[in-house]
Design a protein around this ligand. Sequence first.
Ligand code: PMP
Length: 379
Amino acid sequence: MTVPLYLDANATEPLRPEARRAVIEALDVAGNPSSVHALGRAARRVLEDARERVAAMLDVAASAVFFTAGATEANAIALAGAMREGRRVLASAIEHDSVLRAVPGIEMVPVTAAGVIDLAALEVALAADPRPALVAVMAANNEAGVIQPLNEVAALCREVGALLHVDAAQAPGRLPLREIAACGAASLVLSAHKAGGPKGAGALVLPTGWWPGALIRGGGQERGLRGGTEPLPAIAGFAAALEAAEAWRAGGGAERIARLRRAIEQGVRERVPQAVIVAEHAPRLPNTVCLALPRIASATQVMALDLAGVSVSAGSACSSGKVAESHVLCAMGLGPLASSAIRVSLPWDAADDVPARFLAAYAAMAGRLASRAVEPVPA
Ligand code: PMP
């Protein structure tokens, strides 16, 4: 049996060996980091060591790093805090649902056809209302992979004294983390499993001292920002994964993945010319390509590829497995193509034969389904 081809890294990256080792080691740390006795102090050392290492990867103070259960929770804490402070919350229309659904009344900022936040529209929206604001813009989009102009957004925020919130969940191993952290964001979000760490840990990073307050209080852990006994194995694995991902990226890993991605795109142009490469000319994550096949529903493509042993996703896999029209692609103005797109996201450990294997399956599927192409029924 051939090994399934996993091309859904933006849903979750395969575990990095460094992270696996750190998780296993931390499983044997018996104490609770909040206990004052020796075993508790030993656990606390593991926790604080992880905090220092995550902080070092971002070039921020260790005291700016707060561990959470993942990016969803970190987004929720920040946005709920902004709302509690009476801030308007503006968000790019392509943010992850964990941002867009975090609080009611979010004001959407449109994106261009290339999937980049419309800076002029942001400037107008910020000027239209004098209330203090928080602006949520992701480092890079999880579906189309488009990288966002954080420095430009930060400059607009600075002009009006708005806070910038950056969901950087898709950045590790793909974009330089320190450059992202240097943009001046008041809050920054990471997720362990997107970096090749275990599921169940993430961080809300508060480099400027902004304090959004807690959603979950409990025992006052994480200096009161997030109650609950810290999941040490997941956190230790998170720190190890982040370090490994950044070293791998800087050492040429991301460039190699970008070459494989370009080979896929070239093959698609040659063998499936009716396919549309979404945001083809926009700056994108090195591992991500979103492909639309006109008049063939995304779910049909995902299932056909799955039967051929290729794992990709349609829209955001985080929406509990539901395959609905993507709000990201709709916001980019793709129209009916939005329900005909799949996301191919290469994992850090993709083999050299990935383009050939993917292209064989994709071209075969496109040929077979072409005869069945219909106008998709509006959702
Ligand atoms: N933000 C982005 C941009 C994401 O891609 C995801 C996961 N798809 C999340 C947030 C949610 O992350 P987590 O699974 O850690 O809650």
